[in-house]
Design a protein around this ligand. Structure first.
Ligand code: NDP
Length: 282
Protein backbone atom coordinates (compact mmCIF):
# COMPACT_ATOMS: atom_id res chain seq x y z
CA UNK A 1 0.00 0.00 0.00
CA UNK A 2 1.19 3.58 -0.66
CA UNK A 3 2.61 5.72 2.18
CA UNK A 4 -0.19 7.15 4.36
CA UNK A 5 -0.99 10.86 4.35
CA UNK A 6 -0.35 12.32 7.80
CA UNK A 7 -2.95 14.31 9.74
CA UNK A 8 -3.44 15.17 13.42
CA UNK A 9 -5.54 17.09 15.91
CA UNK A 10 -3.66 19.29 18.39
CA UNK A 11 -5.07 20.42 21.71
CA UNK A 12 -4.61 20.39 25.48
CA UNK A 13 -6.33 18.28 26.76
CA UNK A 14 -6.77 16.01 23.73
CA UNK A 15 -7.63 12.57 25.13
CA UNK A 16 -11.37 13.11 24.59
CA UNK A 17 -11.08 13.91 20.86
CA UNK A 18 -13.14 11.85 18.39
CA UNK A 19 -11.35 13.36 15.38
CA UNK A 20 -9.05 10.36 14.69
CA UNK A 21 -12.08 8.05 14.66
CA UNK A 22 -14.03 10.41 12.41
CA UNK A 23 -11.25 10.79 9.88
CA UNK A 24 -10.58 7.05 9.83
CA UNK A 25 -14.23 6.55 8.84
CA UNK A 26 -14.04 9.34 6.22
CA UNK A 27 -10.84 7.85 4.74
CA UNK A 28 -12.37 4.39 4.57
CA UNK A 29 -15.31 5.78 2.64
CA UNK A 30 -13.02 7.75 0.30
CA UNK A 31 -10.59 4.85 -0.20
CA UNK A 32 -7.64 6.94 1.06
CA UNK A 33 -4.74 5.68 3.13
CA UNK A 34 -4.34 8.15 6.03
CA UNK A 35 -2.72 8.25 9.43
CA UNK A 36 -4.49 10.63 11.87
CA UNK A 37 -3.23 11.03 15.44
CA UNK A 38 -3.95 13.06 18.58
CA UNK A 39 -1.12 15.35 19.66
CA UNK A 40 -1.09 16.73 23.21
CA UNK A 41 0.69 20.06 22.85
CA UNK A 42 2.22 21.87 25.86
CA UNK A 43 0.45 25.15 26.55
CA UNK A 44 3.58 27.12 25.61
CA UNK A 45 4.59 24.91 22.67
CA UNK A 46 1.94 25.37 19.98
CA UNK A 47 3.93 27.25 17.34
CA UNK A 48 6.89 24.86 17.40
CA UNK A 49 4.55 21.84 17.34
CA UNK A 50 2.82 23.13 14.18
CA UNK A 51 6.15 23.93 12.51
CA UNK A 52 7.58 20.50 13.30
CA UNK A 53 4.45 18.70 12.10
CA UNK A 54 4.54 20.32 8.66
CA UNK A 55 8.35 20.09 8.35
CA UNK A 56 7.98 16.36 8.83
CA UNK A 57 5.60 16.15 5.88
CA UNK A 58 2.25 16.49 7.71
CA UNK A 59 -0.62 17.28 5.34
CA UNK A 60 -3.26 18.81 7.61
CA UNK A 61 -4.05 19.71 11.21
CA UNK A 62 -7.22 20.16 13.21
CA UNK A 63 -6.88 22.54 16.15
CA UNK A 64 -8.95 22.46 19.31
CA UNK A 65 -9.09 24.12 22.73
CA UNK A 66 -7.10 26.18 23.73
CA UNK A 67 -5.14 26.83 20.52
CA UNK A 68 -7.72 28.09 17.97
CA UNK A 69 -6.75 31.74 18.48
CA UNK A 70 -3.03 30.97 18.20
CA UNK A 71 -3.72 29.02 15.00
CA UNK A 72 -5.50 32.11 13.68
CA UNK A 73 -2.43 34.24 14.44
CA UNK A 74 -0.06 31.74 12.78
CA UNK A 75 -2.13 31.60 9.57
CA UNK A 76 -3.09 35.29 9.60
CA UNK A 77 -1.59 35.96 6.14
CA UNK A 78 -3.72 33.23 4.51
CA UNK A 79 -7.12 32.98 6.18
CA UNK A 80 -10.43 31.97 4.62
CA UNK A 81 -13.24 34.55 5.02
CA UNK A 82 -14.88 32.17 7.52
CA UNK A 83 -11.75 32.06 9.67
CA UNK A 84 -11.30 35.82 9.45
CA UNK A 85 -14.81 36.55 10.72
CA UNK A 86 -14.71 33.73 13.28
CA UNK A 87 -11.42 35.09 14.64
CA UNK A 88 -10.24 31.50 15.14
CA UNK A 89 -8.93 28.58 13.12
CA UNK A 90 -9.66 24.85 13.49
CA UNK A 91 -8.08 23.66 10.21
CA UNK A 92 -4.50 24.24 9.03
CA UNK A 93 -2.66 23.15 5.89
CA UNK A 94 0.34 24.15 3.79
CA UNK A 95 0.04 25.47 0.26
CA UNK A 96 2.95 26.76 -1.84
CA UNK A 97 5.10 26.82 1.29
CA UNK A 98 2.65 28.98 3.27
CA UNK A 99 0.42 28.09 6.22
CA UNK A 100 -3.31 28.46 5.50
CA UNK A 101 -6.21 28.47 7.97
CA UNK A 102 -9.97 27.96 7.89
CA UNK A 103 -12.72 27.58 10.46
CA UNK A 104 -15.11 24.77 9.52
CA UNK A 105 -17.22 24.73 12.73
CA UNK A 106 -19.90 27.08 11.42
CA UNK A 107 -20.37 25.54 8.01
CA UNK A 108 -20.34 22.16 9.75
CA UNK A 109 -23.28 23.22 11.93
CA UNK A 110 -25.23 24.71 9.00
CA UNK A 111 -24.68 21.55 6.92
CA UNK A 112 -25.84 19.42 9.85
CA UNK A 113 -29.05 21.47 10.12
CA UNK A 114 -29.68 21.35 6.36
CA UNK A 115 -29.19 17.56 6.23
CA UNK A 116 -32.17 17.39 8.62
CA UNK A 117 -34.27 18.83 5.80
CA UNK A 118 -34.40 22.34 7.30
CA UNK A 119 -33.87 25.38 5.07
CA UNK A 120 -32.78 28.56 6.85
CA UNK A 121 -33.64 30.92 4.03
CA UNK A 122 -35.87 33.75 5.27
CA UNK A 123 -35.95 32.21 8.76
CA UNK A 124 -35.67 33.83 12.22
CA UNK A 125 -32.63 32.58 14.14
CA UNK A 126 -31.86 33.12 17.82
CA UNK A 127 -28.23 32.45 18.77
CA UNK A 128 -27.54 32.07 22.50
CA UNK A 129 -23.95 32.87 23.52
CA UNK A 130 -21.18 35.16 22.28
CA UNK A 131 -18.05 33.08 22.84
CA UNK A 132 -15.78 31.46 20.26
CA UNK A 133 -18.35 28.90 19.12
CA UNK A 134 -21.06 31.53 18.53
CA UNK A 135 -18.66 33.75 16.64
CA UNK A 136 -17.68 30.86 14.36
CA UNK A 137 -21.23 30.24 13.14
CA UNK A 138 -22.28 33.83 12.37
CA UNK A 139 -21.06 34.10 8.76
CA UNK A 140 -22.32 30.65 7.65
CA UNK A 141 -25.71 31.46 9.24
CA UNK A 142 -25.93 34.85 7.50
CA UNK A 143 -24.99 33.21 4.19
CA UNK A 144 -28.06 30.96 4.39
CA UNK A 145 -30.22 34.01 3.59
CA UNK A 146 -31.91 34.06 7.01
CA UNK A 147 -34.27 36.96 7.71
CA UNK A 148 -33.09 37.73 11.25
CA UNK A 149 -30.16 36.66 13.42
CA UNK A 150 -30.38 37.83 17.04
CA UNK A 151 -27.39 37.09 19.27
CA UNK A 152 -28.04 37.18 23.01
CA UNK A 153 -25.54 36.63 25.77
CA UNK A 154 -25.50 36.49 29.58
CA UNK A 155 -23.03 39.39 29.39
CA UNK A 156 -25.02 41.46 26.89
CA UNK A 157 -22.18 43.88 26.11
CA UNK A 158 -20.16 40.98 24.68
CA UNK A 159 -22.95 40.21 22.21
CA UNK A 160 -23.19 43.92 21.22
CA UNK A 161 -19.43 44.15 20.66
CA UNK A 162 -19.47 40.99 18.59
CA UNK A 163 -22.28 42.27 16.39
CA UNK A 164 -20.57 45.65 15.95
CA UNK A 165 -17.36 43.90 14.84
CA UNK A 166 -19.26 41.72 12.37
CA UNK A 167 -21.15 44.65 10.90
CA UNK A 168 -17.90 46.53 10.33
CA UNK A 169 -16.87 43.68 8.01
CA UNK A 170 -20.35 42.86 6.72
CA UNK A 171 -22.42 46.10 6.63
CA UNK A 172 -24.85 44.51 4.17
CA UNK A 173 -26.32 42.52 7.09
CA UNK A 174 -27.23 45.57 9.19
CA UNK A 175 -30.95 44.81 8.83
CA UNK A 176 -30.50 41.15 9.74
CA UNK A 177 -28.01 40.99 12.60
CA UNK A 178 -28.67 42.37 16.11
CA UNK A 179 -27.65 41.78 19.72
CA UNK A 180 -29.10 41.84 23.22
CA UNK A 181 -29.41 40.19 26.62
CA UNK A 182 -31.69 37.28 27.54
CA UNK A 183 -34.34 39.69 28.83
CA UNK A 184 -34.73 41.08 25.30
CA UNK A 185 -35.87 37.79 23.76
CA UNK A 186 -39.42 38.03 22.45
CA UNK A 187 -41.67 36.18 20.01
CA UNK A 188 -41.23 32.87 18.18
CA UNK A 189 -38.13 31.59 16.39
CA UNK A 190 -37.54 29.06 13.61
CA UNK A 191 -34.18 28.05 15.01
CA UNK A 192 -32.77 28.50 18.53
CA UNK A 193 -29.09 27.58 18.88
CA UNK A 194 -27.43 27.10 22.25
CA UNK A 195 -23.80 28.14 21.77
CA UNK A 196 -23.24 28.70 25.49
CA UNK A 197 -21.52 26.15 27.69
CA UNK A 198 -24.60 26.03 29.99
CA UNK A 199 -25.38 22.41 29.07
CA UNK A 200 -21.88 21.33 30.12
CA UNK A 201 -22.62 22.86 33.53
CA UNK A 202 -26.11 21.22 33.60
CA UNK A 203 -27.66 24.70 33.91
CA UNK A 204 -31.00 25.81 32.47
CA UNK A 205 -30.98 29.12 30.57
CA UNK A 206 -33.20 32.09 31.55
CA UNK A 207 -35.41 31.78 28.46
CA UNK A 208 -39.00 33.05 28.20
CA UNK A 209 -41.66 30.50 27.28
CA UNK A 210 -43.37 30.42 23.88
CA UNK A 211 -40.18 30.52 21.79
CA UNK A 212 -41.02 27.60 19.52
CA UNK A 213 -43.52 27.01 16.71
CA UNK A 214 -44.55 23.54 15.49
CA UNK A 215 -41.65 23.50 13.04
CA UNK A 216 -38.90 25.19 15.07
CA UNK A 217 -35.59 23.46 15.68
CA UNK A 218 -33.75 23.67 19.02
CA UNK A 219 -30.04 22.99 18.45
CA UNK A 220 -27.45 22.52 21.20
CA UNK A 221 -23.77 22.62 20.19
CA UNK A 222 -23.03 20.35 23.14
CA UNK A 223 -23.56 16.63 22.47
CA UNK A 224 -24.28 13.58 24.56
CA UNK A 225 -24.62 9.88 23.56
CA UNK A 226 -28.43 10.10 23.89
CA UNK A 227 -28.84 13.31 21.85
CA UNK A 228 -30.20 14.98 24.98
CA UNK A 229 -29.00 17.99 27.00
CA UNK A 230 -30.52 20.31 29.65
CA UNK A 231 -31.17 22.92 26.92
CA UNK A 232 -32.94 20.40 24.66
CA UNK A 233 -35.07 19.24 27.61
CA UNK A 234 -35.96 22.84 28.37
CA UNK A 235 -36.86 23.39 24.70
CA UNK A 236 -39.10 20.29 24.59
CA UNK A 237 -40.92 21.45 27.71
CA UNK A 238 -41.56 24.71 25.86
CA UNK A 239 -43.09 22.86 22.89
CA UNK A 240 -40.13 22.28 20.56
CA UNK A 241 -40.69 19.07 18.58
CA UNK A 242 -37.45 19.15 16.58
CA UNK A 243 -34.29 18.94 18.70
CA UNK A 244 -30.69 18.20 17.84
CA UNK A 245 -27.43 18.03 19.75
CA UNK A 246 -24.03 19.02 18.31
CA UNK A 247 -22.67 15.61 17.34
CA UNK A 248 -23.59 16.30 13.72
CA UNK A 249 -21.75 19.64 13.90
CA UNK A 250 -18.64 17.76 14.97
CA UNK A 251 -18.94 15.25 12.11
CA UNK A 252 -19.79 17.84 9.44
CA UNK A 253 -16.98 20.23 10.46
CA UNK A 254 -14.62 17.26 10.14
CA UNK A 255 -15.97 16.50 6.67
CA UNK A 256 -15.21 20.09 5.59
CA UNK A 257 -11.62 19.81 6.89
CA UNK A 258 -11.30 16.49 5.06
CA UNK A 259 -12.46 18.19 1.86
CA UNK A 260 -10.00 21.10 2.26
CA UNK A 261 -7.08 18.69 2.69
CA UNK A 262 -8.01 15.95 0.22
CA UNK A 263 -10.40 17.60 -2.25
CA UNK A 264 -12.75 14.65 -1.73
CA UNK A 265 -16.40 15.08 -0.68
CA UNK A 266 -17.54 12.20 1.47
CA UNK A 267 -21.06 11.52 2.75
CA UNK A 268 -20.96 12.37 6.50
CA UNK A 269 -24.41 10.88 7.29
CA UNK A 270 -23.30 7.22 7.75
CA UNK A 271 -20.28 8.40 9.74
CA UNK A 272 -22.57 10.36 12.08
CA UNK A 273 -24.77 7.29 12.51
CA UNK A 274 -21.74 5.07 13.24
CA UNK A 275 -20.34 7.55 15.76
CA UNK A 276 -23.71 7.88 17.54
CA UNK A 277 -23.91 4.07 17.87
CA UNK A 278 -20.34 3.93 19.20
CA UNK A 279 -21.10 6.65 21.77
CA UNK A 280 -24.26 4.86 22.89
CA UNK A 281 -22.34 1.61 23.24
CA UNK A 282 -19.89 3.49 25.50
P1 NDP B 1 -16.55 30.17 25.36
O1 NDP B 1 -15.94 29.92 26.70
O2 NDP B 1 -15.81 30.96 24.34
O3 NDP B 1 -17.98 30.91 25.57
C1 NDP B 1 -18.90 30.44 26.52
C2 NDP B 1 -20.24 31.13 26.30
O4 NDP B 1 -21.20 30.51 27.16
C3 NDP B 1 -20.25 32.61 26.65
O5 NDP B 1 -21.14 33.25 25.77
C4 NDP B 1 -20.78 32.61 28.10
O6 NDP B 1 -21.43 33.82 28.46
C5 NDP B 1 -21.81 31.51 27.99
N1 NDP B 1 -22.16 30.84 29.26
C6 NDP B 1 -21.37 30.05 30.01
N2 NDP B 1 -22.06 29.57 31.06
C7 NDP B 1 -23.31 30.09 30.98
C8 NDP B 1 -24.48 29.97 31.78
N3 NDP B 1 -24.52 29.20 32.87
N4 NDP B 1 -25.59 30.64 31.39
C9 NDP B 1 -25.59 31.41 30.28
N5 NDP B 1 -24.50 31.57 29.48
C10 NDP B 1 -23.38 30.91 29.83
O7 NDP B 1 -16.93 28.71 24.82
P2 NDP B 1 -17.16 28.29 23.29
O8 NDP B 1 -17.93 29.37 22.62
O9 NDP B 1 -15.87 27.87 22.69
O10 NDP B 1 -18.04 26.96 23.42
C11 NDP B 1 -19.44 27.00 23.78
C12 NDP B 1 -20.00 25.58 23.71
O11 NDP B 1 -20.01 25.08 22.37
C13 NDP B 1 -19.18 24.58 24.53
O12 NDP B 1 -20.10 23.88 25.32
C14 NDP B 1 -18.53 23.67 23.50
O13 NDP B 1 -18.43 22.34 23.97
C15 NDP B 1 -19.52 23.75 22.32
N6 NDP B 1 -18.88 23.51 21.00
C16 NDP B 1 -19.28 22.43 20.24
C17 NDP B 1 -18.72 22.17 19.00
C18 NDP B 1 -19.17 20.96 18.19
O14 NDP B 1 -18.49 20.59 17.21
N7 NDP B 1 -20.29 20.35 18.52
C19 NDP B 1 -17.68 23.05 18.42
C20 NDP B 1 -17.33 24.17 19.28
C21 NDP B 1 -17.91 24.36 20.52
P3 NDP B 1 -20.61 35.04 29.15
O15 NDP B 1 -19.93 35.78 28.01
O16 NDP B 1 -21.65 35.85 29.82
O17 NDP B 1 -19.61 34.42 30.08
Amino acid sequence: MNTPLNFAVMGNPIKHSYSPRLHALFAKQAGLNIHYEKILVPLDGFEIAVKTFFEQGGKGLNITVPFKLQAYELAKANLSPRARLAGSVNTLWMKSGHLHGCNTDGIGMVNDIQRQGISLENKKILLLGAGGAARGVILPLLETGCRQLLIVNRTATKASELVQQCLTDLPQYAGVLSAGGFEQIQGQWDLVINATSSSLQQNALPLPTGLFTNNSLAYDMVYTPENDTPFLQQARQDGATLTSDGLGMLVYQGAESFFIWNQVRINPAPVLEALRQELLAG
